[in-house]
Each structure stands twice: as C-alpha cells, then as structure tokens.
Design a protein around this ligand. Structure first.
Ligand code: 5GP
Ligand code: ZN
Length: 137
C-alpha cells in the first residue's frame, strides 16, 4: 500500500498510531477525530495515501463517499443526530491541515455551536455568469 513518510493518517492506517476505528473496508478506514467539532465527529480516509481531492483516484474517492454515507446513517440511527455535514478541505488555503485526503463526517444536533462559515448574500449576476462560462466543461 502506498504510504507517505511522516503522514499521521498513513501511520493510523498501518496500525502504527492508535485511533478509535469505527468502520473499514478494502479501500477505506474511518476513525474518530481527536478534536471533535461535535460529539461523534469522524474521519474517513483512503488506505492508500493521496494528498487531497485533486490527487485521489476515482475508486478511492467513491469508496470514501460511500463510507461517509454509512457513517451518516449510523449517526442518525445511533447518535440521534438531526443532520450530518460532510466536509473536505483541499489545500492549506481551504483549511486542510493533514495532507492525506479525508472526509469529515460531522453529526449535527439542534443545540450544537457550528455556524455556516459564510453569509449567503446574492452575488452580481453578470460576474456569476462569467465565472460559469470559465468553469463550464
Ligand atoms: P483538516 O484540518 O485537514 O481538514 O482535518 C484534520 C483533522 O484531523 C482535524 O479535525 C484533526 O482534529 C484531526 N486529527 C489530527 N491529528 C489526528 C490524530 O492523530 N488522530 C485523529 N484521530 N485525528 C487527528
Ligand atoms: Zn498518508
């Protein structure tokens, strides 16, 4: 299995660092986050090292998303969560701090302290259309 030197998530996947593992399959591993945003916050990683969303292969990405869905369902059933956020940070600018791809699976509760990190405000329609032109496949 491809690993990266000094990658803590590769070490968790290899069993060299402890983690509270809650789900695993051929391609993925899920474990509890050590600094939970809400009670039950978990991380899904591919066993094979990929730095981020830009690098991860399609099969590993698909397996991670399916694992995240399994956990989201369990959070609803077993933790009585009212909702779940899936969050992926790609790049330091986007808050990524561990450079082994991971999906945060964060159960949400009525009284939790999390807030949307932007204020939805209508944008300039022309600018939106221009950026749409740049991004269209
Ligand atoms: P990022 O900031 O890259 O989106 O997310 C990294 C996450 O990994 C953080 O939520 C952080 O709490 C978690 N984390 C960092 N080091 C460890 C560790 O050694 N074990 C576990 N279980 N989680 C970790
Ligand atoms: Zn790694």
């Amino acid at each position: 299995m491809a690993t990266a030197d000094d990658c803590i998530f590769c070490k968790i996947a290899a069993g060299e660092l402890p983690a509270t593992i809650i789900d695993e399959d051929e391609r993925t591993l899920a474990f509890m986050d050590i600094a939970p945003a809400t009670p039950g916050h978990a991380l899904v990683i591919p066993r094979r090292h990929s730095r981020d969303l830009l690098e991860i292969g399609a099969e590993d990405l698909q397996a991670c998303v399916l694992a995240a869905q399994r956990l989201a369902r369990r959070m609803h059933e077993r933790l009585d969560a009212d909702g779940v956020n899936l969050i992926n940070s790609c790049g330091a600018r986007a808050w990524q701090t561990v450079f082994h791809f991971h999906v945060h699976v964060i159960p949400r509760y009525a009284d939790d302290p999390l807030k949307l990190p932007w204020s939805p405000t209508p944008g300039d329609p022309e600018a939106i259309a221009e950026l749409g032109d740049e991004l269209r496949a």
